[in-house]
Design a protein around this ligand. Structure first.
Ligand SMILES: [Fe+2]
Length: 194
């Protein structure tokens, strides 16, 4: 894989070390959350992100997928005021770090008994304000939505493994109590240069 700016290469190296040292996805991702918190405070990365292309149309930038350890690092660039849909990330753990702008992260609780196909009843559990430097850790199958803020916003996402193109993920509608499984976003390979 090609070379990114130094702070990002260091992030990848530190993740590889954590993956080798720690026994399971939860422990690795809790360490990954800490490493991502440092990364999204980095000014050189924030400056680099000013030129990243929009990922509107259900896309993710793919910065790195680790051939040896399996983790994946994505980017999303949202237009101002973007409405996010409600979804889960299947069995993968996800650390979601806001690098530029602000977003709000909504978490939902599922309150039906999962017995009816295509049906899911959700309740809004919490809304947290994500500003630059904030990282939210989303466990497997947790239901959530990322909402854009008043300006362009950029996030860096660490996934315990790539979901898109491998398994389907859950998609929900709170108005219609609907549940279905969908393909993940299209991954666009992208190199982070200064
Ligand atoms: Fe998500």
């Amino acid at each position: 894989m090609s070379k990114h700016i130094p702070v990002f290469e260091k992030f990848i190296e530190d993740l590889r070390a954590a993956w080798k040292e720690l026994p399971d996805a939860e422990a690795r991702m809790k360490k990954g959350q800490k490493l991502l918190e440092e990364l999204v405070k980095d000014e050189s990365l924030r400056q680099a992100a000013k030129s990243w292309p929009s990922t509107e149309g259900r896309k993710n930038l793919l910065f790195h997928e680790d051939a040896e350890c399996g983790f994946a690092i994505n980017g999303v660039v949202r237009n101002p005021g973007r409405k996010g849909s409600i979804h889960d990330h299947a069995h993968a753990w996800t650390a979601y770090g806001v690098l530029d702008g602000t977003e709000s992260l909504e978490r939902f609780r599922r309150v039906d008994d999962r017995s009816k196909a295509g049906y899911a009843k959700l309740e809004l559990e919490s809304v947290t304000e994500g500003k630059a430097g904030k990282v939210d850790l989303v466990p497997p199958f947790d239901i959530h939505a990322e909402q854009g803020g008043p300006t362009r916003s950029v996030a860096v996402i660490l996934r315990s493994e790539r979901v898109a193109g491998k398994v389907l993920q859950g998609s929900y509608s709170i108005e219609g109590n609907l549940y279905r499984q969908i393909e993940g976003p299209t991954n666009i390979p992208y190199e982070i240069t200064g």
